[in-house]
Design a binder for this molecule. Sequence first.
Ligand SMILES: [Zn+2]
Length: 261
Amino acid sequence: MDAPVDVVGAGQRSAEPVRAAPSVAVARSAAGDRGGPRQFSDPNASWGHRSAISTRKGGGFYGYKIHAAVDVATDLPLAWTVQPAKESEHNFARMLVTKTMRHGFNPRTLIADKGYDGDPLQRWCMDEGIAPVIALKDTATVRRGGTETPCCEHGQWVFSGADYKRKATKWRCPTGVCTPASVWIKADRLHPLIPRESKRFKDLYRSRGAVEREFGRLKHEWALLPLRVRGIERVRLHADLTILAKLTCALARTRTVAVAA
Ligand SMILES: [Zn+2]
C-alpha cells in the first residue's frame, strides 16, 4: 500500500548550504515538583500538567517545562527552551523548529504527539516545506470520518505521491478503471502529506521515542534534574549548560571517530 513519495519542492527553501535534513521530534517534559509551592518556592514557576508514562502517574506538578526539538536519527537536541509549566506546548513548536533552521538544519518532517495537533501548526509546517507527522486529537470532525480517503466500487484508493509545493496528495483507483483514475486531495490536518495509514507515517511517528529517551538521559544521566536553582533565568542557564555539555561530548566523540578512521 505504501507507494513511494514524490517529493517535489521540498528542501528548496534556501540557497544557503544545508548541513542536514533531519526528521525532528518536538516534545515537552516536566521539570518540577509534585509537592507544589511550599516545597519549590520560585516566583517564575507555575503549576502544569504531565501525562502518565509507563512507570509514573500523570497529574499536576509545580515548576517548569523543558520544550525541545530532537533529531530522531541521533537523539540529539537541536533546540530547546525552558518555560513555566503552565505554558502550552502549542506556543513553542514553531519557535523550536525555527531555531533548528537558524542553526543550519533543514527539517523534512516534524513529529509530535496529539498535544501539538492543530490546523495552524500543520499549515505552517507545509509552508516551510516540512511534512507534519502529528497524532490526531479525537475531534468531532475526526469522529465523523473526516480523515477518510477516496474509494470507489473497486475499493479503497491508493496513495500515489505527494506534492509539497502544491500541498496535496495524489490517490488513484486500485484498478485504474475509473475516470478520472486519480485525484489530488488538498493536504491538511486530516489528510497530511504523509498519509496517516502509511507505514512511513507510522515508522516516523514511532521514532518520536527519540525525544522521550533524550529527556530521560538528560534528566538521569546528565543531571538536568533535580533542579537546584530557582528563577527562570537560572533554570534556563542550568538547562543550557547541561544540554551544551551533552552536545560537546557528542561532538568530541564524532571527531575522535573521524580521526581514528
Ligand atoms: Zn475505481
